[in-house]
Design a binder for this molecule. Structure first.
Ligand code: URA
Length: 237
C-alpha cells in the first residue's frame, strides 16, 4: 500500500494531511526518513511518525444494516443515532453510515470505516442505484410516472433520471417502487411533494448490489467477500 494511504488508514488524517507529514520529513521506515508519499510499504516494515512506531492499519469493516424508523443516520446527534446498534463492535467509533435515510424512513444502510468506498458510493458520477418502496397517500395517477424519468428541479440541481412504477393500489394509499441513482436530501419526499403526494412510508431495499434481504429492523450483518467485491465493482475499486 502507498505510504500516504497507509498513514491515512492508520488514523493520521486525510490524504492531504499525511502527505504534508511525509514531505516535511516526519516519517521514517525501518529508521530511514522517507519523503515520497507514493513509497510502497511492504508487510513487516516499521513505519514511525516523529520516531513513534505506528500500528499497521487494520482491515476495513463493512456491515449491511436495517435502520429502524426513529433513528438518525449520523454518528453524533442529540437524538438516538444508528450507531447505537454498533456499540459492541470493537473500534466502533471509526464506523459511520454511508449516506442518509430520514429519521422516519427505514431500510438498508451500509455501515463501514472505509472512507474511500463510501465517497464513491455516494458520488452521483457512479450512478449507483438505490431502490425504495414508497407508500403515498391517495391514488397515484399513472401519468405522474414519467416525471421521474424526466427529472425534477429541486433547487440545487435537476435530479438524474429515476425510475418509478406502481406496485399496488391500497385503501387510500399507493405503493410504488422508486429507483434513484443519486441521493439528494429528502429527495423522494420532495419529488412526490412536487406531484402533490405525501409520502407516508419509505423503505430502502437495495443499494447497488447490496440487498436488505431477511434482515430485521436493528439487525446488521458483516458483508461476505462476494458481497463486498460485487459492491466495489459498481464504483471501480
Ligand atoms: N428520500 C427521502 O425523501 N428520504 C430518504 O430518507 C431517502 C430518500
Amino acid at each position: 500500500m502507498r505510504l500516504d494511504r497507509w498513514l491515512a488508514e492508520a488514523g493520521f488524517g486525510s490524504r492531504k494531511e499525511v502527505k504534508r507529514l511525509i514531505l516535511r520529513g516526519h516519517v521514517t521506515i525501518d529508521g530511514r526518513r522517507v519523503r515520497d508519499p507514493a513509497y510502497k510499504v511492504r508487510p513487516g516494515e516499521q513505519v514511525a511518525v516523529d520516531a513513534e512506531p505506528v500500528e499497521p492499519p487494520t482491515l476495513k469493516r463493512y456491515f449491511r444494516f436495517y435502520k429502524p424508523r426513529g433513528y438518525v443516520t449520523s454518528t453524533r446527534d442529540p437524538l438516538p443515532t444508528v450507531m447505537e446498534f454498533f456499540r459492541e463492535i470493537p473500534r466502533h467509533e471509526r464506523l459511520f453510515p454511508v449516506g442518509r435515510l430520514d429519521r422516519d424512513a427505514e431500510g438498508l444502510i451500509l455501515v463501514t470505516d472505509d472512507g474511500e468506498l463510501a465517497h464513491r458510493l455516494l458520488h452521483p458520477k457512479y450512478r449507483v442505484p438505490r431502490i425504495y418502496l414508497v407508500t403515498v397517500e391517495g391514488e397515484f395517477r399513472e401519468d405522474g410516472l414519467t416525471s421521474f424519468r424526466k427529472g425534477f428541479d429541486l433547487g440545487r440541481r435537476k435530479t438524474l433520471p429515476a425510475e418509478a412504477r406502481i406496485l399496488e393500489k391500497g385503501e387510500g394509499t399507493t405503493l410504488l417502487e422508486v429507483t434513484l441513482f443519486e441521493g439528494q436530501p429528502h429527495q423522494i419526499k420532495r419529488m412526490f411533494g412536487i406531484l402533490g403526494y405525501r409520502v407516508v412510508a419509505l423503505k430502502r431495499i437495495r443499494y447497488g448490489s447490496l440487498e436488505l434481504g431477511d434482515l430485521r429492523p436493528g439487525e446488521f450483518r458483516a458483508l461476505t467477500r462476494e458481497e463486498l467485491s460485487a459492491l466495489r465493482k459498481w464504483v471501480g475499486v
